[in-house]
Design a protein around this ligand. Structure first.
Ligand code: HEM
Length: 132
């Protein structure tokens, strides 16, 4: 497994842990109603699990498994690295928006959109028949 995939999978597992923990927190509150403000963390729950965990895990495996170029290499990894950095930054900013409000949310969403664009541009030429 290439180093970028290793780091992205590890980071995705941290997001999984954060998302599950927040989900459990909301669920316990739903059951006993002890801390209604837990719902404030609902956006963070979805963000960590949908983008931080599932999105990042897919990206990591795609970088690893998509067909390689002749010479058995994965091309210039700069845009793929940028995608991983921007995705993590974006999810953390959207999480921070739980406390700091919508301007931080907008920066987070912009970073996530940039991450998607970087990875799409990187991966596009690797979407091809194996060996082509
Ligand atoms: C990969 C795993 C998970 C993903 C992608 C995920 C994602 C989501 C999403 C998208 C929603 C919004 C659903 C809606 O509005 O209809 C949601 C709701 C919720 N999730 Fe998760 N979740 C996951 C795992 C968990 C876990 C493990 C827990 C608890 C330990 C949890 C607790 C909750 C709670 C309490 C809600 C609110 C349900 C309600 O509206 O009453 N989630 N989750």
């Amino acid at each position: 497994m290439p180093r970028l995939s290793i780091w992205a999978v590890r980071l995705s597992l941290l997001h999984l842990l954060a998302g599950f923990t927040i989900g459990a927190f909301i669920l316990v509150n739903k059951g006993i109603g002890a801390y209604p403000a837990a719902w404030r963390w609902f956006g963070a729950h979805q963000e960590f699990l949908l983008f931080g965990w599932m999105g990042q895990f897919s990206l990591a495996v795609a970088y690893w498994a998509f067909p390689r170029y002749r010479g058995n290499h994965r091309g210039n990894p700069t845009l793929a690295v940028a995608a991983v950095v921007l995705l993590n930054l974006g999810v953390l900013l959207v999480f921070a928006a739980t406390f700091w409000g919508w301007p931080v949310m907008l920066w987070g969403r912009a970073a996530e959109a940039a991450a998607a664009a970087c990875f799409a541009v990187y991966a596009w030429p690797r979407v091809k028949p194996t060996g082509a």
